[in-house]
Design a protein around this ligand. Sequence first.
Ligand SMILES: NC(=O)c1ccc[n+]([C@@H]2O[C@H](COP(=O)([O-])OP(=O)(O)OC[C@H]3O[C@@H](n4cnc5c(N)ncnc54)[C@H](O)[C@@H]3O)[C@@H](O)[C@H]2O)c1
Length: 291
Amino acid sequence: MTDITGKAAVVTGGGTGIGMGLAKELARRGVKVVIADIMIDNARRTAAEIVAAGGQAIAIACDVCERGAIQAMRTEAEAAFGPIQLLFANAGATCFDRLEDMTDDSVDWIVQVNMMGVLNTVRAFLPGMIAAGGGHIVATSSVAGLMPGSIPVHCVYAGAKMGIIGLMTNLAMEVERHGIRITTYCPGGVSTGMGTRNSSYRPARFGGPSDAPLQVPEESFQDNHVPFYSPESVAPIVLEAVRRNRPFVFDHAEQRETFRETYSRIIEACFDDIEAWEAEHGTPEVVGAAG
Ligand SMILES: NC(=O)c1ccc[n+]([C@@H]2O[C@H](COP(=O)([O-])OP(=O)(O)OC[C@H]3O[C@@H](n4cnc5c(N)ncnc54)[C@H](O)[C@@H]3O)[C@@H](O)[C@H]2O)c1
């Protein structure tokens, strides 16, 4: 979306961290911002800071794991600011437990908030954007979604974040004819305090909340000493990707090599073996064609 000034935006998880950085940057650029967050006090504080700085913002309590709550948030958001042209499906939570140690509640929470939360949010706002003839959706995935091996002991999170990439990449083809553009954001290390507050926004139905600090096993980052950037400094990078209608946005240039190695390995694993098989045995038998 080339010009966002005067438009209305919803930022889920906008009460703190990356979402807060995005909400403030949007407001600085003349966008009316709805901050939708399960932690309503944080959302209200961020909205108040935006208003005090001369911007327009409101806070709405919303758990993105609940479809009904998102629909109610959409109704309230549109009543305040009109049709929503910009959607940032950003709310998420993390977990560094080994799969064998994860409870059902933990697995369900991480999948629900990271994958279903984005899907629920997009589904709630898409009809309005289609009716209006356009819009822009930014979904926050993670570098762990595109390079799932980059953060060990993170498998359910990586799976959910990779799910967002599949969802958004495919959806982009579907909604282009409606003038809707999609950007998937893959943060690679942003200093947000997620580690200390992560358990505080775990919904009760998934065994939360609590004030337990996040336990991060040492091997998770032992070969991966990434710098963590500030939310304020990555927000303009994301909005530049929106302005240029880019399908993906990264915030760590130095991750190019890891990316290249990851995908070279995947390409070799996929194609070397099948090419060698075909060279020895011929192609598999053709019995039909799609479509
Ligand atoms: N910080 C990083 O380095 C990093 C890296 C990769 C991906 N991410 C992703 O960025 C997004 C933002 O995380 P952050 O680092 O800013 O952390 P954060 O803790 O500051 O922000 C997460 C926000 O989401 C909200 N939230 C959590 N569960 C919710 C729910 N069920 N419904 C509504 N709101 C909910 C929280 O209240 C909080 O405001 C997440 O999706 C996270 O997975 C962050």
